[in-house]
Design a protein around this ligand. Structure first.
Ligand SMILES: *[C@@H]1O[C@H](CO)[C@@H](O)[C@H](O)[C@H]1NC(C)=O
Ligand SMILES: *[C@@H]1O[C@H](CO)[C@@H](O)[C@H](O)[C@H]1NC(C)=O
Ligand SMILES: *[C@@H]1O[C@H](CO)[C@@H](O)[C@H](O)[C@H]1NC(C)=O
Ligand SMILES: *[C@@H]1O[C@H](CO)[C@@H](O)[C@H](O)[C@H]1NC(C)=O
Length: 258
């Protein structure tokens, strides 16, 4: 069995779960431990348009940490993110309590909502998929990133929109002082000294090249506005790239884009 409560965080969670819906990830997985709750799903690749699959992952931690419990160590559930999103929409700003409970045995999640003033009380259930449908995806959460670029959300938004007019594959050359984003012949430079970006990690004499795609630019853009700043993480050998959008105090929304 597991449970945690969210209150106002339910609004943030709904906005974050919208990223799954916008990318067409209507079904996905939820991993629950005593420390965190992770939602994950991958999009289907669309070979005709050369669109690769995208792994989206939402890790909830700080806000739910206080009363999160999971009696089974680590729990894995498969569910409809569309139903999950719709049930989160029950929460309204002046409600006093919003709790999510469930168990793998009962194959059900319960949403409990209480409003003391209006005496509104909801106890909604949604069914989980049966375990024997097997794992829908096996997300790889264990990359080690050693290069990080922080970009204010406003700048990131206009960067992504400007670049996406010229192509979907971005190459970012990271040095200690600046990041040069290139799509085709178009270059956009963000400079550290102008506070257009923060650069950290294993960036030394040799520039690091990060290559990633922006096929889901609208979702990336909307998700970036859940926080003041987003983080582009990469490896100094350029292997994999992840966009990390903090979701207020709720957790992090991650897009594995390269
Ligand atoms: C709402 O009522 C419950 C049960 O009576 C109580 O535990 C809780 O503290 C109340 N919450 C608020 C915000 O008044
Ligand atoms: C909650 O999810 C269930 C699906 O299991 C659905 O039948 C129900 O309508 C949802 N509730 C709301 C308010 O959307
Ligand atoms: C995007 O393009 C607009 C209009 O040309 C420009 O004002 C803005 O500075 C550009 N943003 C970035 C991050 O390059
Ligand atoms: C790149 O570096 C990461 C660790 O930083 C390592 O796990 C990975 O295997 C490396 N990839 C290649 C192609 O060298």
């Amino acid at each position: 069995m597991f449970g945690f409560s969210l209150e106002a965080g339910a609004v943030l969670l709904r906005k974050a779960v919208a990223a799954f819906i916008m990318t067409g990830c209507f079904n996905g997985e939820m991993f629950i431990s005593n420390d965190d709750v992770t939602l994950a799903a991958t999009t289907f690749p669309i070979p005709m348009f050369q669109i690769p699959s995208l792994l989206v992952s939402l890790r909830l931690r700080p806000l739910i940490g206080e009363d999160l419990y999971c009696t089974e160590g680590l729990l894995w559930l498969a569910l409809s993110f569309r139903d999950f999103y719709n049930n989160l929409s029950l929460y309204e700003d002046d409600d006093d309590f919003f709790g999510i409970y469930g168990s793998a045995d009962l194959r059900r999640i319960r949403f409990v909502l209480v409003n003391n003033r209006t005496e509104r009380f909801w106890d909604q259930q949604m069914d989980l998929f049966t375990i024997d449908r097997g794992r829908m995806i096996a997300p790889e959460f264990h990359y080690v990133y050693n290069v990080v670029v922080g970009i204010p959300s406003g700048i990131f938004g206009s960067l992504i929109m400007n670049l996406s007019r010229f192509g979907m594959t971005v190459s970012a050359l990271v040095t200690e002082t600046q990041v040069t984003f290139t799509v085709g012949n178009v270059k956009i430079v963000l400079r550290k000294e102008l506070e257009e970006c923060i650069i950290g990690g294993a960036v030394g004499e040799n520039p690091v090249s990060l290559v990633f795609h922006i096929h889901y630019s609208n979702t990336m853009l909307r998700s970036s506005f859940l926080s003041k700043r987003v983080w582009l993480l990469g490896q100094s050998n350029g292997s994999s790239v992840m966009l990390n959008c903090p979701v207020g105090t709720l957790g992090n929304l991650m897009f594995y884009v390269g």
